[in-house]
Design a protein around this ligand. Structure first.
Ligand SMILES: [Zn+2]
Length: 390
């Protein structure tokens, strides 16, 4: 039976090591190397190598493939002095990573050389408990949770789609949620608009949503805009700085306004719409995929728009579509997964089917095309005097 020292000595003959000077050169060159920190959480929290990914020694095998799916990426593994990371480097090679080096001297030597260190903002004990199920997923983790807490998401509409989207975004810890809605809570809303409640009848929807969200998660700051989005106020609202727009608008004029504003300000829009038993959801990301006008250059003529009397919706449908919108917004903030840019999802609640169609940017699009013909906001007239709520 080998002693610890003998085992360490043995492992060190089987792995490659680099000095902190060489590692620092790699960092400065941004040569694609990924630094993997295998220390304990409290050591990481006191400071780590900039850009490093955190796995900890105990969860290394579980986490690394989620964090670094490409096994050809060069890995620099480090701990405090280079011993725990030596064993980790061996494990990573056994997992199929082909270019793994151990950082000799570890983080202690890195600091002794005076190299740059990132000191993460730590979550509070309350936040660690609240977001514990996020912290357990390597694709989110503490760093991802901080991104969520720093994120600003604007919801257009606090109705059927905005209700589940706002609740899940708030629960996930999106730090700032803007909500634009001019309406008050009506009895006919409560069949699906679950952010509101019977006791809020007659109250402004933005205030009702704010109360529900702040009761759910005190980390979330709600910025309420009790106004209808128009060409007059859209720039002012967007100037407050938003990372993502979740569009739950129930009418064409707002949808086109949100689209044009997002193209001109470069803010991605998670689009959702629902009608009876059918829902659609996609991501319009300027510079990446199509915009709404690439698909529908102009609003339909009033005679072809669904008449107000026909516009019912199954109560759970906005729950499904709005939740997918929240999922897209979270992925965008976390920069994880495959986005819905260029993919339109079609959900049929009666058949319980989900189809996907590819949608492409239209070079002749009047807003995001090569020769745009629309360069100013257009206030389209509402198609019916009493718009159907979604
Ligand atoms: Zn377009």
């Amino acid at each position: 039976m080998a002693t610890y020292r003998e085992l360490l000595a043995q492992v060190k003959t089987e792995i490659d090591e680099i000095s902190t000077v060489e590692a620092h050169e790699r960092l400065e060159l941004s040569d694609g190397s990924i630094f993997v920190d295998v220390r304990e959480t409290d050591e990481w929290d006191e400071g780590h190598i900039p850009g490093a990914v955190y796995t900890g020694r105990g969860r290394l095998e579980q986490r690394i493939e989620g964090l670094v799916p490409d096994k050809t990426r060069p890995l620099v593994v480090y701990c405090s002095a280079g011993s725990r990371s030596a064993f980790s480097a061996k494990v990573l090679e056994e997992l199929g990573y082909v270019d793994v080096v151990n950082l000799a001297g570890g983080f202690s030597d890195w600091k002794r050389n005076g190299y740059e260190v990132t000191i993460p903002r730590a979550l509070t004990p309350e936040q660690r408990a609240r977001y514990s199920r996020h912290l357990l997923i390597p694709e989110v983790g503490e760093e991802g949770q901080q991104r969520l807490l720093d994120a600003r998401v604007l919801l257009v509409g606090a109705g059927g789609l905005g209700s589940p989207a706002s609740l899940y975004l708030a629960a996930a810890g999106i730090g700032t949620l803007g909500i634009v809605d001019a309406d008050v809570v009506d009895e006919s809303n409560l069949q699906r608009q679950i952010v509101h409640s019977t006791e809020r009848l007659g109250e402004a929807k933005v205030e009702s949503a704010k109360r529900t969200i702040e009761a759910l998660n005190p980390d979330v700051k709600v910025v309420a805009y009790q106004e209808r989005l128009t060409s007059e106020n859209v720039d002012r609202i967007l100037a407050d700085g938003w990372d993502v727009i979740v569009d739950g608008a129930d009418n064409f004029p707002t949808r086109y306004l949100v689209n044009d504003a997002s193209v001109w300000s470069g803010i991605p829009v998670v689009h959702g719409s629902i009608f009876r038993f059918e829902g659609q959801v996609t991501l319009f990301q300027p510079g990446v995929g199509p915009c709404y006008r690439c698909l529908f250059p102009q609003p339909p003529p009033p005679e072809l728009a669904p008449s107000c009397a026909e516009g019912g919706v199954l109560g759970v449908l906005p729950g499904i579509i709005g939740s997918i919108q929240a999922n897209e917004a979270l992925k965008l903030v976390l920069d994880r997964g495959d986005s819905l840019a260029g993919r339109l999802l079609l959900f049929d609640a009666l058949g319980t089917t989900l189809d996907e169609v590819t949608v492409r940017r239209n070079p002749d699009c009047p807003v995001c095309g090569d020769h745009p013909t629309i360069t100013e906001y257009i206030d389209y007239v509402e198609f019916c005097n009493a718009p159907v709520e979604v």
